[in-house]
Design a binder for this molecule. Structure first.
Ligand code: PHE
Length: 338
């Protein structure tokens, strides 16, 4: 009887070592522990064992049963975890790996980062400012008086009291000048807000990048030089830059800056409205009143400032015809920029 038990264990060990699927494991279980299984069978045979040996043999059968159950359980776990090597069973090593869905930077982030790094190369420092501003920083300090019609072009969301959502990034000019001694040389990316009706080219929230450089002896020529280098780097070496006289309350003189159309090269197409030029920036020499609001002596220092719309530049660069695409987070759109 004892030999029988030893042989039974051997046979079981062999069976389980060769087992590589759950179905197979189940049949082994039935073979040994089932109602007609081998272990059940030896229990029945216990009746024929001499009385004095019964307790010992009985114990041995129980022990065997315990070992078999344990091995079966362990094997089952092993199969569940797919630890079986080879292509047998329910694990197929030839299946392609599960690919990870990797995200991609938003097109506005790509353009913002590119513009900022071009200015960082020229010595500008990146600074940010608050999106909730006061009338003082958004308007008064920038030489936009309360009742002045120029406020209309900076239509604004008011919050309450004198708080508002900034309508441009220019207030950061004042905040930095107040804190720092010239030379000041900063680039300011950020969100701005205007209560515009939403359409293909308007959004109540969009992005600007502001630039400010203040030092001794800064002239309009420096502004032209810096912006010409910038536009060539952003749109290509052949890009020409044109300064058109314009008006901003916080700069004097002021200019609007156009680049030669990078689609048609200046001959005229639908992107540049047949003019050959595309407007991308507002700029000018910092108004003495603005320097004063920033606690900088305009007799000693001068500076230039510029501001551009990131959304507009991204639309031009990627040929996107609707600003709303930036804000809908449709993966079919955003995935194209990875
Ligand atoms: N703040 C202006 C705007 O929002 C842009 C600008 C910035 C113009 C700095 C001149 C100098 O349109």
């Amino acid at each position: 009887m004892e030999d029988k038990l030893i042989n039974l264990k051997k046979a079981f060990d062999e069976d389980i070592a060769n087992s590589s699927s759950r179905e197979n494991l189940e049949s082994i279980k039935i073979k040994y522990l089932g109602r007609k299984g081998a272990v059940t069978q030896v229990f029945k045979e216990l009746g024929q064992v001499p009385a004095d040996k019964k307790p010992v043999i009985g114990q041995k059968i129980n022990q065997l049963k315990g070992e078999i159950s344990q091995s079966l359980e362990a094997k089952e776990k092993e199969l569940e975890n797919g630890q079986i090597s080879g292509s047998t069973g329910n694990f197929d090593i030839s299946l392609p790996a599960i690919t990870k869905d990797v995200g991609s930077p938003h097109p506005l982030t790509i353009v913002k980062d590119e513009v900022c790094s071009l200015f960082v190369e020229m010595g500008f420092k990146i600074v940010e400012g608050p999106e909730i501003e006061t009338e003082h920083y958004n308007f008064e300090a920038l030489n936009i008086p309360l009742e002045h019609p120029s406020r209309e072009s900076f239509d604004t969301f008011y919050i309450k009291d004198k708080f508002l959502l900034r309508s441009h990034t220019s207030p950061v000019q004042i905040r930095v000048m107040e804190k720092e001694e010239p030379p000041v040389q900063i680039i300011v990316p950020g969100k701005v807000y205007r209560p515009d009706a939403v359409d293909a080219s308007h959004s109540y929230m969009f992005h600007q990048i502001e630039g400010l450089l203040v030092d001794k002896g800064i002239t309009f020529a420096h502004l032209k030089g810096v912006l010409s280098v910038f536009t060539k780097k952003l749109f290509g070496e052949k890009t020409k830059t044109r300064f058109r006289p314009s008006f901003f309350p916080f700069t004097e003189p002021s200019a609007e800056v156009d680049v030669s159309c990078f689609i048609c090269g200046g001959t005229g197409c639908s992107v540049c409205g047949q003019s050959g030029w595309i407007e991308i920036l507002g700029a000018g020499m910092v108004h003495p009143k603005v320097l004063k609001a920033g606690e900088i002596d305009s007799k000693e220092y001068s500076g230039f400032a510029f501001g551009m719309g990131v959304d507009r530049i991204a639309m031009l660069k990627y040929g996107i015809n609707d600003i709303r695409l930036f804000y809908e987070n449709d993966l079919r759109f955003t995935k194209q920029f990875s």
